[in-house]
Ligand binder design. Structure first.
Ligand code: ADP
Ligand code: UDP
Length: 236
């Protein structure tokens, strides 16, 4: 499988067409951004780590019954995925308070919830990805009620599975963002990535942050943190 033309360059990945109209190649970059692109930098080695970690997790989710876009890892940075039309909703699940949740409601980070929460942001960079509810998403025709119900079901299932994968390696899954898309026949599948760029991971004992907050908050050691999660997850 070979890349043809570059269709899109995002903040963290490039997307290429292939000779199969149903397949794309994504190429992960080391570029890091935060605060809707206002803060820019690089995290050396991030592209390869996020690519390989995403694929490892997506393979396991698929085995457990969550349909994903994953097809084949081509190299450290490049993966063949099923082409979807992305549902323009960022689906955020939280197990522990942090980030925008703590800020919005004026609470500390680190409150462990009795049950996970879900929220959606409208994926629209010009508007700064505003929070949106399901009625508004349906009104704007971003998705149908049936699609939203299925997305919620898959998102909570991903949470149960991913929480388990991370617990096995001594990491608490604080929160994360998922994106879903529709294949040409209308099937909803999990797309995009699952990595320290899109999840908050805290060491269960030390509560050390092992994710992009090291970059967002200038804590230093982002490279080492990404490497550490990869080592624990994949034994290297
Ligand atoms: P952003 O667009 O937020 O800067 P990225 O740099 O990660 O993000 O770019 C990757 C883009 O590819 C995102 O817009 C994402 O929604 C999209 N994408 C992810 N998986 C697929 C897929 N299977 N088919 C089509 N588009 C996808
Ligand atoms: N997230 C993401 N992309 C976004 C916004 C959030 O991957 O555009 C992830 C983020 O890494 C965290 C979770 O979603 O794991 C919740 O993020 P939050 O709403 O707390 O926002 P933030 O603090 O990142 O502004």
């Amino acid at each position: 499988m070979e890349k043809r033309e570059q269709l899109y360059e995002g903040k963290a990945k490039k997307v290429y067409s292939t000779d199969d109209p149903e397949l794309l190649i994504v190429s992960y970059k080391d570029d890091a951004t935060a605060f809707n692109g206002l803060k820019k930098g690089t995290i050396a080695g991030k592209g390869a780590i996020n690519n390989r970690m995403t694929n490892n997790i997506m393979r396991r989710l698929e085995e457990a019954g969550v349909p994903t876009h994953y097809v084949e890892e081509l190299s450290d940075r490049e993966t063949v995925v099923k082409k979807v039309s992305i549902v323009p909703l960022e689906v955020i699940i939280r197990n522990i308070s942090a980030g925008s949740f703590a800020k919005r409601y004026g609470v500390d980070e680190g409150i462990v919830f009795d049950e996970p929460t879900i929220e959606f942001s409208y994926k629209n960079d010009d508007l700064g990805d505003p929070l949106i509810n399901d009625y508004h998403a349906v009104a704007l025709k971003l998705a149908t009620w049936e699609e939203i119900e299925l997305i919620k079901k898959y998102a909570f299932k991903v949470n149960d599975l991913l929480k388990g994968f991370m617990k096995e390696i001594g990491i608490d899954l604080v929160d994360f963002k998922l994106e879903f898309g529709k294949t040409s026949d209308g099937t909803i599948i999990l797309a995009d990535e699952i990595s320290p760029d899109t999840c908050r991971f805290w060491d269960e004992k030390t509560h050390e942050k092992l994710d992009k907050d090291r970059f967002r908050r200038d804590l230093g050691g982002a490279e080492d943190a990404y490497q550490e999660v990869m080592r624990r997850l994949m034994g290297e």
